[in-house]
Design a protein around this ligand. Structure first.
Ligand SMILES: [Zn+2]
Length: 117
């Protein structure tokens, strides 16, 4: 199904429509919320011809804080290729697209497969 040969890794310029088995793992710059998005969902919203970095550029955190959206930008972005077997998902390859450094907040907060957009 993937349009790319197995050895070809996506780059930030790769169209998101070519990355059907990949997901974006994002960490909000403001509230440290972790969000996982399927690139197929982004392709359905923005079109498959959009490049990875332009898609990331459009994402803002929609976590509600005191009635207003957080609005933070993704600080750390990882592209992850996933294999799904039944209800379990395994990451087979990972590429760090943006690494904004470590955070003082602990891992594991706000983990969920909710959409950011
Ligand atoms: Zn946020």
């Amino acid at each position: 199904m993937p349009a790319l040969p197995y050895t070809a890794l996506p780059t930030p310029a790769t169209p998101i429509g070519d990355l059907k088995s990949w997901r974006l793992i994002l960490r909000c710059d403001r509230c440290n919320r972790k969000v996982v998005l399927a690139l197929t969902d982004l392709a359905a919203k923005y079109g498959g011809g959009l490049s990875v970095w332009r898609a990331i550029d459009r994402l803002r955190c929609h976590r509600k804080r005191d009635g207003a959206s957080c609005g933070g930008i993704p600080r750390r972005v990882v592209l992850a290729e996933c294999d799904t077997y039944g209800k379990s998902t395994r990451i087979t390859r990972e590429i760090v697209v943006r690494d904004g450094g470590n955070s003082a907040l602990p891992e594991g907060n706000n983990v969920g497969f909710r959409t950011l957009i």
